[in-house]
Design a protein around this ligand. Structure first.
Ligand code: ADP
Ligand code: MG
Length: 700
């Protein structure tokens, strides 16, 4: 039989057949490579092969014998089929029983050689196996389900581990795979070769062997991710950037004009960014900081420096509300700047030329100002980087919570193709250190570690129903002092009847119901507003504006207020159905309050009282977002830090993320290699493998 390549389609492999190939497609397994990378989650140890006379109760063993008798019966009440077989090996007799697998009676033929593996119980003196693994043995076939370490795979309906082992058996003996990791890395780490690793994973002779292969594959995944990022950095270094310098006196004057003093941590990050701006090559930086730590003002200062140098900066927010808010914050913090500043969204085209000179203008005019360069700082949604917007000298792109902005994206924004803007991502999602090294290996990291010093820690409480009336009472007293309140609900509409019966939806309070209830009940003497994603964008903007201006006292909202909304006068928050949200998200919500100097309170409402909720407790006790992130990592694994569950991060890499030594060694090797040989000219096969890998990876 000719050797099988990784790229071969499984249906073309001899002995696999269309039916099995189609079944495997349910697990997104199409090629030999897909199959070989479908790793077992564990191994069942059936390597203890015994004579029947030698087996002990409760041991997990394999016996080898001949079928001497079979029978099929049906239970009277449940009409369940029971298939029984007796097996003898010359030292004794054992019995095996299977339930509801009627077809076995034709598979198990009297006189056949059989292996049976499983846990032993005794029926009188006769050892008995209940629903064991088995396989009919012939001289030309090596056992794959019994008698050794048996891989157990992730399964799905109609695709059992047994089926996968069968197909592996048709592939594994014939593969010829080339090594793609550089030899020096293989040697330094004593890794098994790729070919040996596939054998060791799918058909190990010992657990140690399997583990060594796992280790190699884990390294490989992290290494490839890092290589992708090292290469991204290299590509940037091949371009030029506009060089912005700053005069320290100018910075001082900006700082003294602010209504507050920057924290030491904010200043540090500001100077890190200013260093970037002075470089000859475009940079990528992630500015991390807890909600309320004051990231925006830092980046705003940097963009003023860009403008002072005659260049342009653009700020992108995920929603119109936030874009508008950033714009307003900026014009309030720097009312006298004579740099042209603008807001550009689907519904707004506003220019600000200093000293309160704010004008609505046509989008067309605004675009022409941007093109001429007389507008130097632009706030907006993603609308600001559409085709119709062209900048004169775009030197900086700032985005909230979007972590990558590659060479291609940057080039689309500039006309001089060799000059690309710097990029800053602002993130309030704290990520544990080991994770950020891997996921953001291509970004420089800045962290604002402290909150402004006048901030008080938000008091957070888990509130079961009996205590909720007292909370409303307390909130009314806060409202009477002129403060405001958020009520966050998990959903927009009322649940339908069938859902209401479902325990999972018990807490799924809807915005519409809660708005109706509160505005006529608990808060009937106050102005209550409502905000959710089904509202038109003008309606949303108007509600937010009223809340910001204080004409709405209580805002009942969905998670739409999650990111960045800034209303310092809001001192209380109720989160309905708190346990329905993730920890990072709850932390984000809570960050909407405690932004002024007053003591703020966050109430986590939950009807499922008595349920041990480690996450809610962590939220009550953790000191800051980074501590919470570490807790979340240990409670739920790395998945949730990478956005949705379909994060694009391969499973294996996800597991490896907790191995910080492996991560730093992969990081070093990858960046070292790209530094020596940026195009991987000496490693053509690695380059090919990497480009295939990149296609399967969608890191955000
Ligand atoms: P975030 O990091 O969540 O984006 P913001 O930049 O929106 O935080 O800042 C939150 C609020 O704190 C804003 O009203 C901002 O003007 C204010 N702020 C920023 N830095 C300081 C500081 N050093 N002292 C006092 N208030 C500050
Ligand atoms: Mg913000």
């Amino acid at each position: 039989m000719p050797s099988i390549e990784l790229s071969t389609q499984l249906r073309d492999v001899k002995g696999v057949g269309n039916k099995f190939a189609s079944s495997l497609e349910k697990l997104h397994i199409h090629t030999v490579k897909d199959l070989l990378y479908h790793f077992p989650t564990r191994y069942q140890d059936f390597s203890d092969v015994r004579n029947i006379s030698d087996i002990d109760e409760n041991a997990t063993v394999t016996i080898h014998g001949v079928i001497t008798k079979t029978s099929i019966t049906r239970t009277p009440r449940k009409h369940m089929y029971i298939v029984q077989a007796y097996v003898e090996d010359g030292t004794g007799k054992a019995k095996a029983v299977w339930f509801n697998q009627k077809y076995l009676i034709t598979t198990l033929k009297k006189g056949s050689s059989i292996n049976i593996s499983g846990k032993v119980s005794f029926d009188g003196k006769t050892p008995q196996f209940t629903s064991p693994e088995f396989e009919i043995i012939s001289s030309e076939k090596t056992p794959r389900h019994t008698g050794k370490l048996i891989p157990i795979y992730p399964e799905t309906k109609g695709v059992t581990s047994r089926l996968i082992r069968f197909v592996i058996g048709k592939v594994l003996p014939f593969i010829q795979v080339k090594e793609f990791l550089p030899q020096h890395i293989i040697q330094k780490n004593s890794f098994p070769s790729l070919q040996d690793s596939f054998h060791a994973i799918h058909s190990p002779s010992s657990l140690d062997e399997a583990e060594a292969a796992f280790k190699r594959f884990s390294f490989q995944e992290i290494f490839l991710i890092q290589l992708t990022q090292a290469f991204e950095r290299y590509k940037l270094s091949q371009h030029k950037a506009y060089i912005s310098s700053y005069a320290p006196e100018k910075i001082s004057s900006y700082l003294t004009s602010l209504p507050f003093e920057l924290t030491a941590s904010q200043k540090e990050v500001l100077y890190e960014i200013l260093e970037d701006m002075g470089r000859t090559h475009p940079t990528s930086r992630l500015v991390q900081g807890d909600v309320g730590s004051g990231k925006t003002v830092v980046v705003a200062l940097a963009s003023l420096v860009i403008a002072d140098n005659g260049f342009q900066a653009v700020f992108m927010a995920p929603t119109e509300i936030l874009a508008r808010q950033h714009f307003l914050t900026f014009t309030h913090l720097f009312p006298h700047t004579n740099t042209g500043v603008a807001l550009l969204t689907a519904h707004h085209a506003i220019a600000f030329f200093g000293d309160g000179l704010e004008t609505e203008l046509s989008k067309k005019d605004l675009l022409s100002y941007i093109k001429k360069g007389s507008i130097r700082i632009v706030f907006g949604t993603h609308a600001v980087i559409q085709k119709d917007v062209s900048f004169k000298h775009l030197a900086l792109v700032v985005v909230d919570e979007q972590h990558r902005f590659g060479v291609e994206q940057r080039s689309r924004l500039t006309k001089q193709k060799d000059i690309l803007p710097h990029f800053i991502s602002m993130s309030a999602t704290p990520i544990p250190r080991t994770l950020s090294l891997t996921i953001f290996g291509d970004l420089s990291l800045s962290t604002i570690t402290e909150l402004p010093k006048d901030r008080k820690k938000i008091k957070t409480e888990i509130v079961p129903p009996p205590k909720q009336p007292a909370v409303y009472e307390f909130i009314r007293s806060e409202l009477d002092k002129g403060h405001q309140c958020f009520v966050i609900c998990p959903r927009i509409e009322a649940s339908d009847e069938s859902e209401k019966k479902n325990i999972l939806f018990l807490d799924a309070v809807s915005v519409k119901e809660e708005y109706a209830r509160l505005s006529t009940g608990e808060f009937k003497n106050y102005t209550v507003g409502m905000l959710h994603g089904q509202m038109k964008s003008e309606e949303k903007a108007s509600v937010m504006k009223q809340f910001k201006e204080g004409s709405i006292d209580v805002l009942v909202s969905t998670s739409i207020v999650e990111v960045g909304v800034d209303v310092p006068n809001a001192t209380t928050m109720i989160i309905e159905g708190a346990q329905l949200f993730g920890l990072a998200q709850l932390h984000q919500f809570r960050g909407r309050i405690g932004r002024g100097t007053e003591q703020s309170h966050c109430f986590l409402f939950t009807k499922t009282s008595g349920v041990q909720n480690k996450r809610l407790k962590a939220l009550v006790s953790a000191k800051n977002g980074f501590e919470l992130a570490e807790i979340d990592l240990s409670l739920r694994g790395p998945g949730q830090f990478l956005g949705s569950e379909q994060s694009g991060m391969p499973d294996l890499a996800m597991k490896a993320l907790s191995d910080s030594q492996l991560i730093s060694s992969a990081h070093k090797e990858a960046f070292g290699l790209i530094q020596k040989d940026p195009t991987l000219a000496k490693y053509p096969y690695l380059a090919t493998y990497l480009s295939l890998f990149k296609k399967s990876l969608h890191l955000e």
